[in-house]
Design a protein around this ligand. Structure first.
Ligand code: DGL
Length: 279
C-alpha cells in the first residue's frame, strides 16, 4: 500500500481539461467553505474518443497525483473518465493505494435524479463518443429507474467548438441543431436531455434555442454538488478530512498561462495555476 499522509486536505476535482470547471463551479456554489484542488490533464485532452485502457491509465495517474497533493476525496468531474475508469479505480486501485480515500464520479448523481425529472420516461443523452459507447448512463439509470429508456447521441465536435472559443458563433448553431434534431428523430418522445459532458453547459443558450419547446435540459453541476453535499453529510469521517478555508488551486499538465487564458471561457475569476507532470 502507498503511504499517503492522512492529514486533512482539499477536495480534488479532476477533468481531462477545462470542462470540469463547470462541475467545480456547481460544487462551489453549494459548498463554498471547502478547499478545492482542480487538475486538468490539458496536455492529453480530449479523452472523449480514447480507448478504455488509455482513459483508465491517465485517470489513475491523475488520481494518484491528487492523492499525493493531499486530497482525501477526489471527484472525477469528467464523464468520460467516470464512464471508463471510475469502477476500476474504486475496485482495483483504491484498496491498494489507500482504502480510506474515496473517488466519486459524475454519472451516478445525474442517474439518481433523472427519474424524477422525466414524465414520458424517455430520456436523451448528449455526450462524448466514449461516454455514449460505454453505456454507463444507460446502466446506472436502468438500475435505479428500470422504466426509463435512454437514447444517446455523441457530439464529437462540441468540445472542440467550445475549446476554440467558438461557442457563440453561427457555426456552433449548425452543429448544435444537427445533434439535437438527430436525437429527437431517434426518439420523439424524449422530454428530458442530459448534458453528459462537462463542456456542454457552455453551449446552453444555443441548446435551448434549438431544442423543441417543453424539453428539460439537465446540466450536471448542480446535481453533482447536491450529491457531494449528501455524501459528506452521510460520511462525517470523510467530511472532517476535507479542509475548509474556501480556497481553490489549479494544476494543469499544459502551460499554466494557456490554462489561465482558456479557463476564462468557463470562469470569470483571476486564478493561480501550476504545471504538473503525470506518469
Ligand atoms: N470532460 C470530458 C467529458 O465530460 C469532455 C472532454 C474530453 O473529451 O476530454 O466527457
Amino acid at each position: 500500500m502507498t503511504s499517503y499522509s492522512q492529514a486533512p486536505g482539499p477536495i480534488g476535482v479532476f477533468d481531462s481539461g477545462y470542462g470540469g470547471l463547470t462541475i467545480l463551479h456547481g460544487i462551489r456554489q453549494l459548498l463554498p467553505e471547502y478547499d478545492y484542488l482542480y487538475l486538468g490533464d490539458n496536455a492529453r485532452a480530449p479523452y472523449g474518443s480514447r480507448s478504455f485502457d488509455v482513459v483508465y491509465q491517465f485517470t489513475r495517474q491523475a488520481v494518484m497525483k491528487l492523492f499525493e497533493s493531499g486530497c482525501q476525496l477526489v471527484i472525477l468531474g469528467c464523464n468520460t473518465a467516470s464512464a471508463k475508469a471510475l469502477r476500476s479505480i474504486q475496485q482495483n486501485d483504491l484498496p491498494k493505494l489507500d482504502p480510506n480515500r474515496r473517488v466519486l464520479g459524475v454519472i451516478r448523481p445525474t442517474a439518481e435524479i433523472i427519474g424524477k425529472l422525466t414524465h414520458s420516461q424517455h430520456v436523451g443523452l448528449l455526450a462524448t463518443e466514449g461516454t455514449v459507447k460505454s453505456h454507463s448512463y444507460n446502466m446506472e439509470i436502468q438500475k435505479l429507474w428500470p422504466d426509463v429508456k435512454v437514447t444517446g447521441v455523441a457530439c464529437p465536435l462540441w468540445v472542440p467548438i467550445i475549446e476554440n472559443n467558438e461557442a457563440d458563433s453561427p457555426g456552433a448553431d449548425y452543429f448544435v441543431k444537427k445533434r439535437i434534431d438527430h436525437i429527437m428523430r431517434l426518439d420523439p418522445e424524449i422530454d428530458t436531455v442530459i448534458l453528459g459532458c462537462t463542456h456542454y453547459p457552455i453551449l446552453m443558450s444555443k441548446i435551448l434555442k434549438h431544442v423543441p419547446r417543453g424539453i428539460k435540459i439537465v446540466p450536471q453541476g448542480e446535481y453533482v454538488a447536491e450529491s457531494l453535499q449528501d455524501y459528506l453529510h452521510r460520511h462525517p469521517d470523510m467530511e472532517r478530512r476535507c479542509t475548509k478555508h474556501g480556497t481553490v488551486k489549479y494544476l494543469t499538465t499544459e502551460n499554466p498561462e494557456k490554462f489561465k487564458e482558456s479557463a476564462r471561457i468557463f470562469l470569470n475569476d483571476e486564478i493561480s495555476v501550476e504545471h504538473v507532470d503525470l506518469e
